[in-house]
Design a protein around this ligand. Structure first.
Ligand SMILES: NC(=O)c1ccc[n+]([C@@H]2O[C@H](COP(=O)([O-])OP(=O)(O)OC[C@H]3O[C@@H](n4cnc5c(N)ncnc54)[C@H](OP(=O)(O)O)[C@@H]3O)[C@@H](O)[C@H]2O)c1
Length: 331
């Protein structure tokens, strides 16, 4: 293999960015110890930022985005891995400043690699991808803090997005009652079919008043949006509840007050899927392959080819995606 197919993002002389499917020279992969033939990837918000020239995510172009990849080991100088092994790579620097999963091959350090758990296909691993893995980190926080299926309602914000829909699907599989907050009320049926017990408009979680505490509603929450939705969620969370947050859809700032923490004992827990420790990473992937694996996982994603990714990238940047986008690199 001297070249392989990839979605390549290039910076033009006028500083705009162009993306197209091209052949990429294999000798321009980085010098890491494991070469992986990628069969599936998936689209995450961060990929769309990288694919549109966001230098906070990717400094140098031309570049191949894709923070997720699942496939077969093709070559390895680390004895832990042998050609033919089925593996998953998500996060670390993949697709950011290391050439990523929107190419048919990646070369990565062996300590970024998770062996594909038994009972999980490469395809299903990427329907979940970073979104599912991040949701799993959040749910792990809830469970660690004893927020169980009988504790009360769990709020999920950005509900139709990748992390949101995976959180709803996993929580519902575990028996939780889930309230989905969305801007897309026309997706109510999709959200309830996925496992949401109640669907509310996201405006109900955007309280602009300066009240330090609001009526308590949630035993826990998975917030993917940030900003005023995270602030409102904290003020709506009941005593000893846990709010897990991962996203900055509404920007990076958080204006809040201390009363949810000092009068209700609310916990705010962060999720960093990219740098999650390997021991926890493997444990959560094993759960995602078994008791946490969503029912009817197929219906949570649409499949596209590298050539079809361009439109999907625009859609996620505009907040219009519904569910997950699985990228098939097998052709
Ligand atoms: N920290 C981590 O490890 C980690 C991992 C994965 C993702 N993330 C972050 O988490 C966030 C979600 O990621 P994702 O992959 O799920 O993205 P996504 O698929 O684009 O989902 C984001 C969702 O946010 C909602 N939304 C969009 N615009 C909004 C607005 N103006 N106000 C309120 N809600 C809005 C939409 O859902 P509704 O229309 O249903 O409201 C949208 O589907 C991103 O910020 C991403 O960077 C972080």
């Amino acid at each position: 293999m001297s070249t392989f197919k990839a979605l390549v993002v290039e910076e033009k002389s006028d500083s705009s960015f162009d993306r197209s499917v091209k052949q990429w020279p294999a000798d321009k992969l980085p010098d890491h110890d494991v070469l992986i033939e990628v069969k599936y990837s998936s689209l995450n918000y961060k990929d769309a930022l990288s694919a549109s020239g966001n230098k906070g995510v990717t400094k140098n172009y031309p570049h191949i985005p894709g923070i997720d990849a699942a496939g077969f080991v093709a070559e390895s100088s680390d004895a832990q891995f042998s050609p033919g092994d089925k593996v998953i790579v998500t996060g670390y620097d993949l697709g950011q400043n290391t050439l990523g999963g929107f190419g048919q091959y990646i070369r990565v350090p062996s300590d970024w690699i998770v062996p594909l758990p038994k009972n999980l296909s490469l395809r299903d691993s990427m329907i979940m991808g970073t979104a599912g893995f991040t949701a799993a980190i959040g749910i792990n926080h809830l469970r660690h803090n004893n927020i169980n299926a009988d504790s009360g309602d769990i709020l999920v914000t950005g509900a139709t997005g990748g992390v949101g829909i995976m959180a709803i699907a996993i929580l519902s599989k575990l028996g939780y009652k889930v309230t989905a907050a969305t801007g897309k009320m026309n997706q109510k049926e999709f959200l309830t079919d996925t496992g949401a017990t109640t669907v509310i408009h996201r405006d109900e979680v955007q309280d602009e008043s300066s009240r330090p505490l609001l009526s308590s509603k949630w035993a826990g929450a998975i917030d993917t949006v940030g900003g005023i939705m995270l602030d409102t969620t904290l003020r709506q969370t009941q005593h000893n509840g846990t709010v897990a947050c991962c996203g900055n859809v509404l920007g990076h700032e958080l204006h809040t007050n201390v009363y949810p923490f000092i009068l209700r004992g609310v916990h705010l827990a962060g999720m960093d899927s990219g740098n999650c420790k390997m021991e926890l990473r493997k444990k959560l992937w094993r759960k995602l392959a078994s008791e946490w694996k969503p029912k009817n996982i197929e219906r949570l994603a649409r499949e596209c080819s590298l050539g079809e990714l361009d439109n999907e990238i625009d859609r996620i940047l505009n907040g219009k995606q519904v569910g997950r986008v699985l990228v098939n690199l097998t052709d």
